[in-house]
Design a protein around this ligand. Structure first.
Ligand code: F6R
Length: 610
């Protein structure tokens, strides 16, 4: 989730681009760069790390020019380094890009075969070379970008300069955000509204499959196929702070609603819908390795541990490999048995959690192969792992993890499908069903979020003063119960417990009385009947029962005081839907209580202490 920005006008472009990038830093910040039309050629400055490093580079070697593009990077392909930082240059062309090019391997092979020298590990540089080749064939910049994009599959918002046409920027969009800002004798582009608000409030929003030629006095929008588009500008009256959160009150709420997009980006290029399989080259195991795995050990902390618990269900059910899940700090504390045939999977949003890092290192020292599932590219855990299957949720700013949880669960499910196919424990037909279900999931999640938001906010208002809250679930709903309780605890400071629903009768049921809201997760799955009995047990002790159930479940409706419905979906996909109302519930309780939702007390986003 990078940020891009562009300027065409009569002012000096570099300060405007830097200012825009600073307002986009929340989208990612491992490196940054600018390309500006100088007096004769395009000049580029790039730097690793925070924007101030780029500013220092500019102070040493300033850039002077009225047309330029800038980028702040959140790495997806290639580690954070100066050579991987944008803009990427090929001949007279400079490109900045936000998104993921799916067919990058194939494009790289073709470009190398065509004689291109590719300097970076990025997918973006390939776009620069494709445009350059088209320019060499005699096309102007607009036609060259159009032709190049014909070869690209995936998500992108790009801004392109050519030293042969120094009065313009060509931009294009597919799935990644891009907005054009309209000024007086100057025009702009950016990934997001906040970058442009100090300069203009008149914005043109490009749709997927559209591009624009931006000059100081005119902006022309067309489809990438070349059809003219008439688009009226909109006037944005957000304050800059509101804009950074896309109009949401908190980053956490924004990130909850970003989950469909985060899922889409994480699934992109990995679902093999033709063969009902997963493209698994990032998993770093051969088919023979996959068949030889004796045992899987998942290591993680906090929310990532809950994702790992869901992962165990997937791996055992789909790939029939014995799997254990370890809280990383506890794994470290004892001399756990790890054998060379074991595959250890370290799950971490930040990739820097010290307990997980040390536990993974210990396992590796004992001979296990380490695969990691991490969101922050090239962080400490990927660096020590044998392979990393990244989630592509983009930077998560709210301390309470939401979108990273969903994408971790998605990667664990994809891994399990991949493994099950290689071990012949998962039929092609069932795998195809799951792959199709995953492909449809972002839209279903969008529907659940919009369909349940108000209802859940009302529940939060009603039960905001409850001192204790319980969350119950069986099977795949058990980790979701744990996650619902953790979310509520950490941001609203309400005492909450998640329990395996079948454990209630062994003790915790004593906690229940008519002041305790009990969330019972009972989607229509193989545990449904027994979960319904647990709901009835709670009800019989006068609990306030809130059912999270499948649409049309009349039994759940009859016994619940309140009911939140989610669509009917394959059992393996239920966690993606049932977690959403629980995240929203925690959010609204915290918001009504007035706690610091994005930075709850005593918590840090990345825990690098033991
Ligand atoms: C809870 C939360 C934490 C993290 C935990 C592990 O909302 O965010 O429990 O899940 O600190 O962090 P990572 O995933 O970065 O290893």
């Amino acid at each position: 989730m990078c940020g891009i920005v562009g300027y065409v006008g009569s002012a000096s472009s570099a300060p405007i681009l830097i200012d825009g990038l600073r307002r986009l830093e929340y989208r990612g910040y491992d490196s940054a760069g600018l390309a500006v039309h100088g007096s004769r050629a395009i000049e580029v400055r790039r730097a690793v790390g925070k924007l101030r490093n780029l500013e220092a580079a500019l102070a040493e070697r300033p850039l002077d020019g009225h047309v330029g593009i800038g980028h702040t990077r959140w790495a997806t392909h290639g580690r954070p380094s100066e050579v991987n930082a944008h803009p990427h240059v090929a001949g007279p062309i400079a490109v900045v890009h936000n998104g993921i090019i799916e067919n990058h391997l194939e494009l790289r092979r073709r470009l190398v075969a065509a004689g291109c020298t590719i300097a970076s590990d990025t997918d973006t540089e390939l776009v620069a070379h494709l445009v350059h080749l088209e320019v060499e064939r005699g096309k102007d910049l607009e036609s060259a970008v159009r032709a190049a994009l014909g070869e690209v599959r995936g998500a992108y918002a790009i801004a392109v300069l050519s030293s042969r046409e120094p009065d313009r920027i060509v931009v294009a969009k597919a799935s990644s955000p891009l907005v054009v800002g309209l000024g007086d004798g100057e025009n702009f582009c950016a990934s997001d509204i906040p970058a442009l608000l100090p300069y203009t409030k008149r914005m043109l929003f490009l749709e997927d499959g559209e591009m624009a030629v931006i000059e100081a006095g005119a902006v022309q929008v067309t489809t990438i196929a070349g059809k003219p588009v008439e688009r009226a500008p909109r006037v944005i009256d957000w304050s800059p702070v509101m804009a950074e959160k896309a109009g949401y009150k908190h980053f956490m709420l924004k990130e909850i609603f970003e989950q469909p997009r985060a899922l889409e980006d994480t699934l992109r290029g990995r679902l093999d819908r033709e063969n009902g399989d997963i493209h698994g080259h990032e998993i770093g195991l051969s088919d023979a390795d996959a068949r030889a795995i004796d045992r899987v050990v998942l290591l993680a902390c906090g929310t990532s541990h809950h994702a790992a618990l869901a992962g165990r269900y997937f791996i055992e059910a789909l790939a029939k490999v014995s799997t254990s899940v370890e809280i990383a700090s506890e794994f470290r504390g004892r001399d756990a048995v790890i054998r060379p045939g074991d595959l250890v999977i370290a799950v971490s949003q930040s990739g820097e959690t010290l307990d997980t890092l040390i536990a993974a290192k210990e396992a590796k020292a004992k001979g296990a192969k380490v695969l990691s599932i991490v969101n922050v590219i090239d962080s400490a855990i990927p660096r020590m792992s044998d392979a990393t299957f990244y989630t592509h949720a983009g930077p998560e700013i709210g301390v309470a993890s939401t979108k990273c949880f969903s994408t971790q669960v998605a990667n664990l499910l994809m891994f399990s499908i991949w493994l099950g196919r290689r071990r012949d424990t998962l039929s092609p037909a069932r795998a195809a069903e799951l792959v199709e279900g995953l492909a449809r999931l972002p839209q279903t999640m969008k529907d659940v979020l919009s369909g349940t938001r108000q209802l859940v906010a009302n529940l939060a208002r009603r039960y905001v003063d409850a001192r204790d809250v319980l969350f119950l679930g069986r099977g795949l709903s058990f980790p979701i119960a744990l996650e619902g309780a953790l979310k509520l605890k950490e941001i609203s400071y309400v005492h909450a417990e998640g329990y395996a629903a079948g454990e209630m009768k062994h003790g915790p049921i004593a906690l229940i009385d008519n002041r305790v809201p009990v969330f019972v997760l009972l989607p229509k799955d193989s545990h449904h009947e027994r979960s319904l009995s647990n709901l009835q047990e709670a009800k019989a002790r006068e609990a306030i029962v809130i059912g999270i159930a499948t649409e049309g479940d009349e039994q759940a409706r009859t016994v619940s005081d309140d009911l939140v419905e989610v669509p009917d979906i394959a059992e393996e996909l239920t966690p993606f839907l049932t977690v959403l109302p629980l995240q929203l519930y925690a959010y609204y309780v915290a918001d009504f209580k007035g706690t610091d939702v994005d930075q709850p007390r005593n918590l840090a986003k990345t825990v690098t202490v033991e």
